[in-house]
Design a binder for this molecule. Structure first.
Ligand code: 7TS
Length: 425
């Protein structure tokens, strides 16, 4: 494992293997929990995922055996914490296909990573008359920072439309790109529709127009292999808690020459080379963007989560979740009065948002909870998308590799029971 400067070597990508969820479920203490006297069926993985014992133990071990602040002391404990924190960065580099460690900034989550780019790169590079393209299927975390940037600078946010079946309108995207476009900020996978966007094509088209691309990878990095060198994205944001890791940790990947030219967002300890009464000189990457005590225990938890996911196999996870989604779509679409939003199974990750005729999404979630099934209901922080779909709210089942086909079948049965409850009313 290299902790020195430069590119971190990656092992060859794992080939797809048959995935047996029962091989892994035993590692997740919460999956043994009963809700209303029945085994928990956790289908709210797009909001956050459950944690395996290995992640919980790694964080506890750090606190119990190696804990001291990082980058500050030369005492043994501080060195132990620092080594582990920097090794966590190497683990992230390998996950992303062998990027440089200077290009990996730890943040406290996806939201902070996107805001960092909007504040730092945005304020420096965007001005009146410029355009930022975002899609109609973005999460608020990839909308509001650009609206705020537009308010500060006089730039315009333009919306790439989606089709009725929840696919990005690539033709429209192509025709919206122009010399005014400074950035395309796009999600790799919709957190509501499950749509898998053609990220590489979007990036190639944007680059041909000299625009940069930020990929919101919050819903893709946890579920599929990520090869940033083939994407050639300029910025990529994702978080730890949706991929078995703890809350409070996320990642901003940025191309080195871009990050080098950007001013730091937050000032404080750790991000400076020197401070004088007259001013300060920022530190080199990645420290420049990591002011204050970083969430280093969380970073170590994230690294353990990544190692766990790699053991399961990212390709296997992607293939298995697509199978589950296909099964769920077949089961749910066979029920009269259930409407599924978004594309067909081949263009979709393991996320299914749906509506039951005559039943509000919040009631659906409440009744499913009685069957010990956890789903989210509401606008899922994607209000413009719900306006486009012309529904106030949807119910959403989102899968991870520890979910089973038996659980999907129970969801189908619980939905049929929900309809019966409402027919009686
Ligand atoms: N981008 C996408 C695509 C997301 O799905 C989310 C969280 C975020 C950004 C923000 O991540 P955070 O960890 O910084 O909050 N999505 C969801 C969701 O769908 N339900 O709860 C959180």
């Amino acid at each position: 494992m290299s902790t020195t400067s430069g590119r971190v070597k990656v092992a060859a990508q794992d080939g797809p293997r048959e995935l047996d969820p029962h091989q892994w479920r035993g590692d997740f203490p919460i999956l043994e929990k009963k809700v209303h006297d029945q085994p928990l069926i956790y289908f709210d993985n797009a909001a956050t995922t459950q944690k395996p014992r290995q992640v919980l133990e790694a964080m506890e071990k750090l606190y119990a055996e190696h804990y001291a602040n990082v980058h500050r002391g030369i005492h043994t404990l501080s060195e132990e914490s620092t080594d582990r924190y920097e090794a966590a960065r190497d683990t992230v580099c390998r996950l992303l296909g062998g990027v440089s460690r200077e290009e990996v900034i730890f943040t406290c989550g996806t939201t902070e990573a996107i805001n960092l780019v909007a504040r730092s790169w945005g304020d420096q590079n965007v001005s009146q008359g410029d355009e930022i393209l975002i899609s109609e299927m973005e999460h608020h975390a990839n909308i509001v920072p650009w609206q705020q940037l537009a308010e500060r600078t006089g730039a315009t946010v333009r919306w790439i439309p989606i089709s009725d079946d929840g696919m990005l309108d690539q033709e429209a995207c192509g025709s919206m790109l122009s010399s005014r476009t400074k950035l395309v900020a796009i999600t790799a996978v919709s957190n509501v529709l499950g749509t898998i966007n053609p990220i590489k094509q979007i990036i190639d088209a944007a680059h041909a127009n000299d625009a940069l691309v930020l990929v919101d990878a919050a819903q893709s990095v946890p579920h599929a292999p990520t090869d940033l060198q083939s994407w050639n994205a300029d910025f990529v944001a994702f978080g730890g808690h949706k991929m078995l890791g703890p809350t409070g940790i996320g990642v901003l990947y940025g191309k080195r020459q871009l990050l080098d030219a950007m001013p730091p967002c937050l000032g404080g300890g750790g991000m400076i080379r020197r401070v004088r009464k007259e001013g300060f000189e920022p530190a080199d990457l990645p420290d420049k963007f990591e002011a204050g005590t970083p969430p280093f225990v969380e970073a170590i938890g994230l690294a353990t989560a990544i190692e766990y996911l790699q053991q399961v196999g990212m390709q296997s996870i992607a293939a298995y979740e697509q199978q589950l989604a296909k099964l769920a779509m077949e089961r749910l679409s066979a029920i009269e009065g259930v409407r599924i939003f978004g594309p067909g199974a081949t263009d979709r990750a393991g996320i299914i948002s749906f509506q039951i005729d005559g039943v509000h999404a919040h009631d659906v979630a409440q009744i499913l909870d009685r069957f010990s099934i956890a789903v989210r209901a509401g606008h899922h922080c994607a209000m413009p998308l719900h306006l486009r779909l012309q529904v106030p709210a949807t119910a959403r089942a989102s899968f991870y590799f520890y979910n089973t086909s038996e659980e999907v079948e129970k969801l189908g049965v619980a939905i049929e029971e929900t309809q019966k409850v409402f027919r009686k009313k």
